[in-house]
Design a protein around this ligand. Structure first.
Ligand code: NAP
Ligand code: ZN
Length: 346
């Protein structure tokens, strides 16, 4: 077994703290990474606090992983020691169902294996990226360009693909009015991709202080959602709303901002179910949809697109011992716009 170091939550009530554990040996189809940076997703906080479901503890969060390949199995074809590589939210899937064959491993009919807070197909719990090393089967490892700053690339593995994938699926681009609801880790990537795809982008935010930054990220307009006048001005106006909000919010209000035939795409995962009035959808033939991360081929496509168009996340690099304080800031919407752990501080 490989000795690994990490920060883990021992249960939902305690703060993360150092923890030593074992990873499996590198098998013939595995790649071992030295983890250099790991992004901090709001999903990490939801899961260590058991906000979605009862978690598997000790829990090592982290699914925005970038690093260097340090060992490859005998049958590995796509990676060599020394390569830069990344791992996102999944580390395995059945590989044979129709969704896996379509490159939609996140919707594997047997269920994908999440990078942490899940059990692998061997029954062993998975542990994420707040760690010095990880072993992952080759098919779930991504190539990372050396053209981009590495730390700022880490959030692409979750925040990036989770916003890229729905915008591509719904073919959002020129001629569309796109609203990004919530300007956090996911939201700021949604702004960058929406603008890169040619949409007219509006940020809908609870934080007036983010206006100038939103525009610097590529947004054309900024609306403070607590201001009734500003909301009135955009009512019935958007073709798409990409909803990245992590907490409960009034879905009927935001559906009213869609134009006829508009679509609200939910990617944020508040802990409670949405409450939607039928009239909010039928008046104007509106749609409400959801989207989960993205498959492996599309994640690689997104990484290559980012390398070509010089797109990365706006980040604040943190020491791992500051993780609890960083979660507190994230909860207040006070991140510009993604915390990334420098794993050398572990
Ligand atoms: P984040 O950085 O904390 O951003 C969330 C943003 O939502 C905040 O910055 C804030 O933006 C806004 N917000 C927070 N509380 C709000 C409230 N009560 N009402 C209205 N707006 C509020 O979080 P993240 O990492 O981007 O993740 C966002 C959500 O997506 C989380 O629930 C996460 O679990 C989920 N997620 C889903 C997937 C998927 O596959 N679908 C993948 C990754 C993450 P403003 O300050 O601009 O209002
Ligand atoms: Zn995430």
């Amino acid at each position: 077994m490989i000795q690994a170091k990490a920060y883990a939550a021992q249960n939902p009530e305690t703060d993360l703290a150092p923890w030593d554990f074992e990873r499996r040996e590198v098998g013939p189809h595995d790649v071992q990474l030295e983890i250099l940076f790991c992004g901090v997703c709001h999903s990490d906080l939801h899961q260590i606090k058991n906000e979605w479901f009862s978690g598997i503890f000790p829990m090592v969060p982290g699914h925005e992983i970038v690093g260097k390949v340090i060992k490859v199995g005998d049958h590995v074809k796509k990676f060599n020691s020394g390569d830069l590589a990344g791992v996102g939210c999944m580390v395995d899937s059945c590989q044979v169902c129709e969704n896996c064959k379509d490159g939609l491993e996140q919707y594997c009919l047997e269920g994908n294996t999440q990078t942490y807070n899940n059990k692998g197909r061997d029954g062993v719990p998975t542990y994420g990226g707040y760690s010095n090393t990880i072993v992952v089967r080759e098919e779930f490892v991504l190539h990372i360009s050396d053209k981009l700053p590495l730390a700022a690339t880490a959030p692409l593995l979750c925040a990036g693909i989770t916003t890229y994938s729905p915008l591509r699926h719904w073919k959002v681009g020129k001629g569309h009015k796109l609203a990004i609801l919530g300007l956090g880790g996911l939201g700021h990537m949604g702004v960058k991709f929406g603008a890169a795809f040619g949409a007219e982008v509006t940020v809908l935010s609870t934080s007036p202080s983010k206006e100038a930054e939103a525009k610097a990220l590529g947004a054309h307009h900024f609306v403070v959602t607590s201001d009734p006048e500003q909301l009135k001005a955009v009512t019935g106006s958007f073709d798409f709303i990409l909803d990245t909000v992590s907490a409960e919010h009034d879905m009927n209000l935001y559906l009213s901002l869609l134009r006829t035939n508009g679509t609200l795409i939910g990617v944020g995962v508040p802990s409670q179910p949405y409450s939607v009035h039928p009239f909010s959808l039928l008046a104007g033939r509106k749609s409400m949809a959801g989207s989960g991360i993205g498959g492996i081929p599309e994640t690689q496509e997104m990484l290559d697109f980012c390398a070509e168009h010089n797109i990365v996340s706006d980040i604040e690099i943190i020491d791992i011992k500051d993780i609890t304080a960083s979660y507190a800031r994230m909860l207040k919407g006070d991140v510009r716009y993604r915390f990334v752990i420098d794993m050398a501080t572990l």
